[in-house]
Design a protein around this ligand. Sequence first.
Ligand SMILES: Nc1ncnc2c1ncn2[C@@H]1O[C@H](COP(=O)(O)OP(=O)(O)OP(=O)(O)O)[C@@H](O)[C@H]1O
Ligand SMILES: [Mg+2]
Length: 389
Amino acid sequence: MEASPTGDAPDLTFRALRQRIRQQEILAELGVTALQGADFDKLLAETSRLSAEALRAEFCKVLEHIPSENRLLVRAGVGWDEGIVGKASIGADLASPAGFALRTGKPVISNHLENEERFRTPEMLAQHGIHRAMNVILQGDGRPFGVLEVDSRSEDEFVEHDLAFLQGAANILGMAIERERHGRNLQAALDRHQVLLKEMGHRVKNSLMIVTSMLQLQARDIGDPALTLHLEEAAHRVSAVARAHDQLFQGADIERLDLGKYVEGICKDLDDSVAHCVIQTEVQYEIEISADRAISAALVVNELIANAAKHAYRGRQGGKILVAIAGAGDDKISISVRDEGTGLPQGFDLARPKGLGMRIVTSFVEQLNGTLEVRPHNPGTEFVIILPR
Ligand SMILES: Nc1ncnc2c1ncn2[C@@H]1O[C@H](COP(=O)(O)OP(=O)(O)OP(=O)(O)O)[C@@H](O)[C@H]1O
Ligand SMILES: [Mg+2]
């Protein structure tokens, strides 16, 4: 077409060209936002806003298909009266241009909704005085997510170029939708994994409790006081491990334990079995350490309590055993087990442990990269273990 002498046509072309360039820019902008992994709802809102701007339309919306209700929910949008975005929906059948796009899978331009024969004009569009609409399908992962729609009141017309832009925006959004679904599936798989882990922890604990009961039964039936004692001690060692698994599956974190709470529980268990002694605890909560380390630390405490009950108060009425756990500085934990008994025998040498108990203590403290110190008191003995966090 020739340019008119008044210059109208070149002006029009220039305007159209500027709009195409702006559309290109907006597609690039959207692409970057999507690639940066923007929050999904924000991305939907941003796509609506930018698509409306690029097409010089007053309205735009992202419709999400809800198959169970056969409806399209307005998930995000611009230009709409209050109470529409996030709430209103339209039928996903041929009663709307969006439903038509979803059903046929084809983009739809309708510049004269009032003359349309392919579908009816939904109430929502009529109420807003909308004359023309353009719809493209939003692909998801497998099934379509929904429809991207721009609407306008003005008498202007949407053209093929506009449709190409809208399709471009929908493709970008489609990629983000796919990624969001993948993310959600991954989270679901992770959640299931956690549940299974907890279930495993629960079962391990049950199995260990069975072992504990068997040892206790045998301890009762064996008819030899020395062997009874050994078997009871073995039962306590196993039950200290069982308790760790119990606590692991109760807590939010499957890998870490609140050391104070855990050891407190073990002391309660032991308190019942060392009837002649009272075990007092002074523990600081929220010192979290890995389950493996917590189990080793608890076995150490278990041995030290057993020793205090067995040796410190030998031949006496009984007495107090104090277990304390606290943070020491920023990066250390202090664990102390103290009795008010006879004190250690002459010749007691930490470096040359005689019994199994002290061997367990020294080797676990070493494994934990900790230090063990014996502090004689009057009366009694205190064992202090310092561990790195
Ligand atoms: N709190 C304590 N008070 C007095 N003596 C203790 C105390 N702790 C340990 N001992 C002494 O240290 C020795 C070594 O303890 P260890 O736990 O290694 O062996 P055990 O208790 O005799 O046997 P096991 O622990 O193998 O059943 C004990 O026999 C006891 O003489
Ligand atoms: Mg011992």
